[in-house]
Design a protein around this ligand. Structure first.
Ligand code: FES
Length: 85
């Protein structure tokens, strides 16, 4: 799966970089160039490097990590943009 569209960086590449010793967002920015253009991949990359296991691309509380497969207790949804009329 492509995580950083701007730099065409995949989740596999990020995991490999972390496995090779990257420990911070800065390491991944230097090594792969992620989160340096639009920044939309930043939160996902940060979760990966922080040791969290992003599974669905949202802050889902680990829904797919659950042994019972229970639904997340809270789903964070980005607020809609308020457009001036
Ligand atoms: S998607 Fe990664 S910087 Fe734009």
């Amino acid at each position: 799966m492509i995580v950083c569209v701007c730099k065409s960086v995949s989740e596999r590449q990020i995991k490999a970089c972390i496995d090779a010793g990257a420990t911070s967002m800065e390491d991944l920015q230097i090594d792969l160039g992620v989160a340096l253009c639009c920044g939309k991949c930043g939160p996902y990359v940060q979760e990966m490097v922080s040791g969290a296991s992003p599974c669905c691309g949202r802050l889902c509380g680990g829904c797919c990590q659950s042994a019972q497969g229970t639904a997340p207790s809270e789903v964070v949804v980005a607020p809609a943009l308020a457009l001036a009329a």
